[in-house]
Design a protein around this ligand. Sequence first.
Ligand code: BGC
Length: 744
Amino acid sequence: MNYPELVSQLTLEEKIRLVTGHGAWHTFPVERLGIPSIMMTDGPIGLRKVEEGEVDSAVSVCFPSGCLTACSFDRGLLKEMGEAIGEECQAYNVGMILGPAINIKRSPLCGRNFEYYSEDPYLTGELAASYIEGVQSRGVGTSLKHYTMNNQEYRRMSYDAQVDERALREIYLPGYETAVKRSQPTTLMCSYNLVNGEHTSESKKLLTDILRDEWGFKGAVISDWGAVHYRDRGIAAGLDLEMPGNNCANRGFITKALADGSLTLEELDTCVDRIITLVKRIKPHDAVFDFKGDHEKATRIAEESIVLLKNDNGILPLSPDKKTAVLGEFAVRPRIQGGGSAFINCYAVDNTLEKMRKLGDVVYAKAFPVDSGEADASDIEAAVALAKETGLAVVMAGLPDSFESEGFDRTHIHLPEAQNELIACLTEKKIPTVVVLQNGAVVDMPWADEVDAIVEAYLGGEGSGEAIANILFGAVNPSGKLAETFPFQLEDNPSFLNFPGDGHKVPYAESIYVGYRYYDKKKMAVRFPFGYGLSYTSFQYSNLRLDRESMTDEDDLTVCVDITNTGSRFGKETVQLYVSDLGDQTGRPARPVRELKEFAKVALEPGETKTLAFTLSKRAFAYFEERVSDWIVPSSDYAVEVGASSADIRLSATVRVTGTKAVPLKIRPDTVFGELLRDPRTQQYTLDNLLSQQSQGILSFPPEAIAALMDHNPVRGLRNFSNRSPEEVESIMYDLKILADDRD
Ligand code: BGC
């Protein structure tokens, strides 16, 4: 305990009040002991300060949403964004911002995908850690949310995510794990849903065993707003603060449990102490920020993140002298953020059309509205006529607010029909067409092959207008890369058959095969792969070198690669490092084809070369082995791949890694010869004593067939297929147990 003195002076009533919110946004103060109240507000893409009892939030700068900032692949940028938001919190007297939100994008349909970063846990964790570092460097707290498996909005408060331990550890937890280990967020927010039959707000396994005991989390756990089921069980599990306060409606659960002994005073005191630690950790200071400066930062962050998906015949950047028809109401009413608790009352929203007018010769037609799927036929006709006149169309497309938000999921991934219709009219008439998308999550693009260029601008915050204009006219060279896969159709997504479940249980049957891990394994073509994005310049990858050819999993591997800007303009490249287990995976848990293990963004002048160095350690090669509940590195050859996307590997080198921790080999009557042959501890014995004997009856088979067949034969088969007596088989089992160190 950090404050045992204070805890000991509190009355039971004060303790109960301290582990319960005070109103919607505050912690409970105990003035007589100098325990202050802190205010927490939503974010995480800006400050959403709502006074108690009010609805509207104070004005603040709206930064880009997680769906876009993740495409920056830039830790420094996320840190900068966190610093700016931290300063705004200080200026508004806010002690803690409720973010970042980092749930994994399991399905494109999840209504909150716009808030989340990626389908990949490594990218997610690294960016979250940087954002947290930024905010907390300003003396303001964060709340890493929603822990965990809140991957859909459908029945979000009551669905039960049925996930296997390996997927939990490899896909759904590492984002939190990295952020906790690297940045120690002041708080973590548990999710609404259940995981494997247990509310996360009552899960000792998640809130204490993994979070604190394994990862070393030092902060407090708070509930999502209304996620508490039984408050006493939450306290025992490690849920420190219930939000919102709700006049302490759950007080009775605590007093009753204390009285009947199912909750101890020590357990309650532990939570109380963590809340005192939390409020004392927050350090108010005079903020240094100005709206205008932050607006400019928000614009730059969007510029560093927007993804160029297609650019045929160098149609982009647009020429300032060529008259261009800008079509679609998004040009004047841009969609810059998503709805729900993340919604920001913006300081100043850019008008994209006006920003484009500053850079080029543009004319505008509404074509279709931003707020419904419907369009007037005459508006479409007028837009096409205008584009015909100019000979070049930029369609400002996207998803209306009503299509995606916190609180509900999408049921399809289509754009409004009117938008697809307009684009089809333009391409049928062979009018060169650029499509700019403002959407929070994956959409399908039936016209992708026909248009000349596609810019994925996602939800870019209040400066997105200027950012888009700068990218289109080439004032900024695009450098974003997709943080999620765009499949050809929703049905290709690995969660398709099990999303959103039957209303109660949601089987995560695809297990670890989420996003590109699935598409790669299935060799399935996708519209745009994970990590993909173009630039107005080109980059060459060369000279990949590893500092060793072989190692154990206790060693570190240094990987260096040279990147050269081979084009004629300044640009930035996101270099991705994937690891791929090349070994025979027979008889051991199968692995994804490749997994992202490192990345870096490098800025290069034309002709310039820079060397990037990465360090890989055990986790880069490991998988989570359920039988030992630990990370295991199978002894194997591993490809270290460096590329421009998950589907564009430019260079690859191999390293031999020897795992120092073996999975225990259990010798049972059903243990098969294959297991014995693949395990170094029993291989020789099996070859010498068992194989030759047992294959006697089938010696006429070709040797490979014998080997294959033997692979599946259990030890007990020696009784049936060789002349061994049951006693002899017992003695063989005994020998094997000694060799495998499997003694009872
Ligand atoms: C959301 C959280 C949010 C909280 C407070 C909940 O409904 O899931 O992300 O921080 O409300 O507004």
